[in-house]
Design a protein around this ligand. Structure first.
Ligand code: GLU
Length: 308
């Protein structure tokens, strides 16, 4: 069974931008007869106790449902370690002792993308490696990518055939403190839970070539991607909690109901008219898997739209 998914990081309440992306992921999955999975990406230290329950309650409140139990990445650390160990046994990883600063300061090839790993620890001699190991600083584990770029299918950003090509570097699989990296966990989970359709914000587009490459190295077929336009504030910047009234709870405090938020999101997706009240079932029927209906520009969200 093929599935779509939504995979929030439980670092706080979801804002209108997160909710709109979740709604799109749900519409895409349900309108193509897929299961819809919910996954909490709770591996890193930004995780806030209780945020998962609030996020799930807000997703339910806007009409999103999902199949099976919510999956928590924190419960799967052993599995991620197993995969990193298997890649290591296959000679596909290396230990990296670089600090963030050293990576930024290292000379890199003229066309290497900003922030790409410069390859420092790939070139260590046996003596240097022994010295670094002895220094006591635990290494991060990086993938030996062996490619500079990789093509994925992205139906919003790809060419006529849907192909989008982007850089791949020797990215981190496990951080020095032992935490599995986002790029590893996302790939292992999507592959092992049968996710073949990934709908998420277009801020993650540049991660897709890395993730798809790793998926193929693990012997799986990469998913089809739809990186959807984000919601931005009045200055055109990605919506964030700092923008004020952007979560259902903030908006409720201003007297704005969840229904009003759903209606506004539906209008922003071209799926409802001004003054109309809709629910998720109606949106699903109207969407009917016509992704070309989705506006390609970001939605500029201003909480004052509700004051009119
Ligand atoms: N957990 C990520 C986030 O909240 C999304 C990961 C993904 O959809 O691949 O930004």
């Amino acid at each position: 069974m093929s599935a779509g998914r939504y995979a929030p990081s439980p670092s706080g309440d979801l804002h209108v931008g997160n909710l709109r992306t979740a709604l799109l992921a749900w519409l895409f999955a349900r309108s193509t007869g897929r299961e819809f999975l919910m996954r909490m990406e709770d591996l890193d230290d930004r995780t806030v106790a209780g945020a998962d329950r609030r996020q799930l309650a807000d997703l339910t409140a806007i009409g999103i449902d999902w199949d099976g139990p919510v999956r928590y990445q924190s419960a799967r650390r052993e599995r991620y370690d197993e995969i990193v160990d298997a890649l290591t046994a296959a000679g596909r990883t290396f230990e990296c002792f670089c600090s963030r600063r050293e990576i930024l300061d290292a000379p890199r090839a003229p066309h290497a993308p900003e922030g790409a790993y410069p390859g420092t620890c790939l070139r260590l001699t046996a003596t240097e490696l022994a010295e670094r190991r002895a220094s006591g600083r635990p290494p991060a584990i990086r993938l030996r990518a062996d490619v500079d770029e990789f093509s994925v299918i992205d139906r919003f950003h790809g060419d006529a055939e849907g192909r989008y090509t982007g850089p791949v570097d020797d990215f981190v699989l496990r951080r020095g403190d032992g935490t599995p990296a986002y790029n590893l966990a996302v790939v292992v989970d999507d592959a092992e839970s049968g996710v073949h359709q990934v709908v998420r914000g277009d801020d993650l587009l540049s991660s897709a070539p890395r993730q798809a490459h790793l998926t193929t190295l693990l012997g799986d077929e990469p998913p089809e991607y739809w990186h959807v336009p984000l919601v931005v504030n009045a200055d055109g910047r990605r919506l964030s909690k700092r923008d004020g009234a952007v979560t259902l709870a903030d908006l409720a405090e201003r007297g704005i109901s969840t229904q009003q938020v759903v209606d506004a999101m539906a209008r922003s997706l071209g799926l409802a008219d001004e003054g109309e009240s809709v629910d998720a079932a109606v949106l699903l029927k109207r969407f009917g898997f016509n992704p070309e209906l989705i506006p390609s520009d970001p939605w500029v969200f201003d909480p004052d739209i509700f004051c009119a």
